[in-house]
Design a protein around this ligand. Sequence first.
Ligand SMILES: Nc1ncnc2c1ncn2[C@@H]1O[C@H](COP(=O)(O)OP(=O)(O)OP(=O)(O)O)[C@@H](O)[C@H]1O
Ligand SMILES: [Mg+2]
Length: 269
Amino acid sequence: MSDEPKPVGDPVADAPASSPSSSPAPKSEGKVVVSANAITKRFGDVVALCEFDLEVRDGEIVVLIGPSGSGKSTALRCLNGLEEPQEGTLQVLDYDMLDSDTDMDRLRARVGMVFQHFNLFPHLSVLKNLTLAPRRVRALADPEVLARKLLARVGIEDKALAYPDQLSGGQKQRVAIARALAMEPELMLFDEPTSALDPEMVGEVLAVMKDIAATTTMVVVTHEMGFAREVGTRVVFMDEGRVVEVGTPAEIFDAPQNERTRAFLEQVL
Ligand SMILES: Nc1ncnc2c1ncn2[C@@H]1O[C@H](COP(=O)(O)OP(=O)(O)OP(=O)(O)O)[C@@H](O)[C@H]1O
Ligand SMILES: [Mg+2]
């Protein structure tokens, strides 16, 4: 294959002289929130991540795209310590993720994650789903006040006393997002948050994510290329556990440099 993977370097140095106006410029001036260098994660003989590099700066919305099995979920799970790479270095916020002394509970209190299948506590009301972790981990005088504010922000303040099985998929996912926000995370991770939803509910969840993107650093795995283009500050195309190409949405979607990126986008766009 003639195309070489584009190196992942300093986005300040790598930024094009003028970004197309259709995509937001990378907010490269922020402090580094995630720094993954050549991380490799194997499951037995399967190499899920192979010398994977990623840098995320404060305020960025980084979208990971790629075919099934390319390592997107594994990459996200490494970022909040659900998986530990065998090789490389990984710094998230100020935590060394390969140091066995790192307190993962403290890290996870600062990194929110939203999954495809919501993962709500079915036996707790919406309100209790939101207040459980803040009550335990954060010394908030009244976590309910924040919880109700967040439910209003995601448009379901009237569901505070409902239980998860009384909600639509889109409502459940909005609760899951509000629950993550209740910890006031410095980084939010989303793993295909709309993939399990009926089509008519995808838009409402994407609208909430877009709202949050204005104030929160995010890494998002999604097949919603419209969202990636509109909200992403950078798009990372992965294949076979590696970063194949990184760029602004305009660079990746309008002028992909790598043959594998082009082939993937032809299938999904
Ligand atoms: N817990 C695990 N045990 C064994 N293999 C795993 C495990 N998790 C992931 N893998 C393997 O690692 C590779 C990457 O998986 P991963 O789930 O990260 O891909 P993905 O890009 O998120 O795919 P999808 O788009 O289907 O969600 C795959 O080959 C997968 O089978
Ligand atoms: Mg996945």
